[in-house]
Design a protein around this ligand. Structure first.
Ligand SMILES: Cc1cc2nc3c(=O)[nH]c(=O)nc-3n(C[C@H](O)[C@H](O)[C@H](O)COP(=O)(O)OP(=O)(O)OC[C@H]3O[C@@H](n4cnc5c(N)ncnc54)[C@H](O)[C@@H]3O)c2cc1C
Length: 279
């Protein structure tokens, strides 16, 4: 049977994860990324702590399974020669000025821990203790400390997943993808400043994020993504990411060219934390 061809539109963390998983299973994967401005993957705080979320049901189940999947993904990436993903079990804080909100979060955490969630032993902290762990916190916020919480640098995860996908023979192509209706799976036209090319895969996965409509891969007359000869590349044609970002988006302790500082987050090494509001 001929190799199944899959095109993944979008090389953010979602598309990169799909590409790695599909390429690892032996599918012939092409990732197309337009380097649209403002990808969520470069902006995300990277907090990995689903267990205090107020939502139950399929959304929470997927969220929790994804968080629990990190060690396995990192192992699979290591097998593919990728060891550069910055994921840490930092512990995390749920913070609120309202004690009732924290109590409700504690109850959800206890319920999910009893069902097997790897929260660790959850602790209620007074404001002063919470600020010791996370100095930027405003005074007056109480907290629930969740030792199982972690933090990931989405950019290193995305780059690692793409690199792992390449190890499994995926191809990553710069360019803007436009879906062209066809009999089965749509064709994918790839637009670059040097010209266009059209692929006819067996399946297309659109993981184009929630970015600007000018990057939308949807086809259709009059839409922002309809073909337009000579269109200036509002989406850059390389897959590079911005070299710097706002200080609040920098990953503490990163030694890449992006930043060598610990930014605003001088977390004590013994029990560091990532903070989020409850919800
Ligand atoms: C401020 C902020 C904080 C966040 N904090 C957290 C957090 O603490 N924890 C957490 O779990 N999540 C967090 N998130 C959410 C998380 O970052 C996103 O869910 C995730 O990064 C989405 O990844 P993505 O690949 O879907 O999208 P993106 O990273 O936006 O990637 C989409 C990609 O598609 C490409 N693209 C778009 N259109 C086309 C096209 N037509 N052709 C080719 N390529 C195209 C773009 O160039 C881009 O690279 C946060 C997000 C933000 C914005």
């Amino acid at each position: 049977m001929p190799e199944q061809q899959v095109v993944v539109v979008g090389g953010g963390v979602a598309g990169a994860a799909v590409a790695f998983a599909a390429a690892r299973r032996g599918l012939a994967v092409t990732v197309v990324d337009a380097a649209c401005p403002g990808p969520a993957t470069a902006a995300g705080a990277g907090i990995v702590q689903p267990w205090s979320a107020a939502t139950d049901g399929p959304y929470h189940d997927l969220y929790a399974q994804a968080a629990a999947h990190y060690p396995q993904v990192l192992d699979r990436l290591a097998e593919a020669g990728v060891g550069s993903v910055d994921f840490r079990r930092t512990g995390s804080l749920v913070v609120s000025a309202d004690p009732g909100v924290l109590t409700a979060a504690e109850q959800r955490l206890a319920r999910r821990r009893a069902a097997g969630a790897p929260t660790g032993v959850v602790e209620r902290l007074a404001s002063v203790q919470a600020r010791e762990l996370f100095p930027p916190l405003a005074p007056g916020l109480g907290a629930v400390y969740v030792p199982g919480g972690g933090r990931v640098d989405g950019r290193t995860l995305r780059d690692g997943l793409l690199s792992g996908a390449r190890t499994h023979h995926a191809v990553v192509r710069p360019g803007r993808a436009v879906l062209v209706p066809a009999g089965g799976a749509p064709h994918v036209r790839i637009e670059t400043p040097d010209g266009t090319d059209e692929l006819a895969p067996d399946a297309v996965v659109v993981a184009a994020g929630a970015g600007p409509t000018r990057c939308s891969p949807r086809s259709g007359a009059g839409s922002a993504s309809s073909p337009s000869a000579g269109r200036s590349p509002t989406c850059a044609s390389t897959a590079s990411t911005p070299a710097t970002g706002p200080a609040c988006c920098r990953w503490p302790g990163t030694t890449s060219s992006r930043s060598t500082t610990r930014g605003w987050w001088p977390v004590p090494p013994a029990r560091p934390a990532a903070a989020s509001t409850s919800g």
